[in-house]
Design a protein around this ligand. Sequence first.
Ligand SMILES: [Zn+2]
Length: 103
Amino acid sequence: MSRTVAYLRCNSGHYFDGSVCPFDGWTATGCAEFPLAVARLDQRGLAPSRALLAAEGLPDAVLSRILVMEFPDDCAVFEAMNPAGYIVGGRWTPLVNAPPGLR
Ligand SMILES: [Zn+2]
């Protein structure tokens, strides 16, 4: 059974499923509401989506940092990731040089 997980992106480009980045301790105003909103959706049997999290009242500053991923099963789910970089415009872009929307 697939599982959908919502992550927040910190300003270093890490993704995590709570309110504080486990890699560097980053958090921001409104981030504490993120896991609470996800939990409320889960209690209603709803997978997280950006639209549903917006309907839960998360501020735009938090919504702009959300990435939702659907995994094939629980075995593939992780709590956080620290990518080395991205392919942007067909070119390898190390995370430290990634555009603001990716970090
Ligand atoms: Zn971080």
